[in-house]
Design a protein around this ligand. Sequence first.
Ligand code: CTP
Length: 410
Amino acid sequence: MLKNREIILGVSGGIAAYKSVELLRELTKRGANVHVVMTKNAQQFITPLTFQTLSGNPVLCDMFQLLMGSKIGHVTLADIADLMVIAPATANILGKIANGIADDFLTTMVMATTVPVLFAPSMNVNMWESSFVQNNVEKLKAHGYQFIGPIEGDLACGSVGKGKLADNEEIIEKIEDIFTQKDFQGQRVLVTAGPTLEPIDPVRSITNRSTGRMGFAMARMARRRGAEVTLLTGPHYLSLPRRDIPQIVVNSAREMHDAAMHYFEDCHIVIMAAAVADFRPKAILEQKITKRKNETHILEMEKNPDILKELGEKKKNQILVGFAAETSELMEKAEVKLKEKNLDLIVANDVTEPGAGFGVDTNIVKILDALGKVKKLPLLSKDEVADIILDQVVKLVKMKEKGRPWPRNW
Ligand code: CTP
């Protein structure tokens, strides 16, 4: 997404300026060519040399800096850039730009550019909440400038509140979001993720090795492409894919079932990436099981509802995507599930293959559709896999809109 993008990183004078060094590293790691522009005050916190060394590009600080023989002047750079991100953006820089003041390289460049500009503000909580700053933010938003953060947390001034620079991951997610075509606009998507957890007694439970990564990637990519996403997940240890994705956390398959039924009516697309337990202990014991009485312990299990199958039966015109994590006869089993559960697509993966399945950031999948077509993918990151699954889904959305015939009812 960021490969070969020309990005201008504007750094203004706040204590969070040191964090933009790491942001620069993350952007370059993803293949972007970053040009750093610093205000005079920013140089009090960090030196241009650090940015120059890490970006491999001259750092622009001075309005009248002579860049002889270089194409880079504030106007030229503003023209070749794909995006400008200002992190940290101080109250001062927001105020200047909102009021048309261009008295240094950075402010001049913001005004000279026609590319998207993203502000990542960072300041004291009272400053952020002041009517001056809020009015300026409103003004900038009305002009089409974009914002990420600030977020809540411990601030450098000693207070706690909203004013902290957004995490680099969030800033990068927002940049990638800006570059992404919104082909899922208007689509409400329910994504399930993670394992379920079936209690045995007050301290024990049965679960599986799903971490939730594939479902989280599906949720993040769908949101990035403009969908309104609800994430219904079993217990997990991941950080939220995005702040703007509401998350419903459940434990058992029955809880996931009830929540899925609740959200189903109102959504256009369901992506069922959760690894739902097929069975649960028949009775949840009130007391902790003790080893003192017996040498063996037999746990009687009963079937859980098949959530996806039930959604397939209820389906009116939604698009249903299932997953099939198999250890043998991948295609045969996936095909049966596609038909039995009345799905539009099924994503099959052999979890015994290295790099595929639970607990890793990559996957190797085959996507089968209801017409019998199969798309085989190589080893890819889960984000990339999610994007390709969504490409297939969007084709179905378009077919549905055009009223084209499809073997599954819509
Ligand atoms: N699924 C579900 N409810 C269940 C079990 C599975 O909704 N109780 C969904 C999964 O989220 C997945 C798809 O059905 O999208 C296939 O799940 P999988 O575990 O591969 O297959 P099962 O239907 O459980 O069949 P089997 O146990 O025979 O493999």
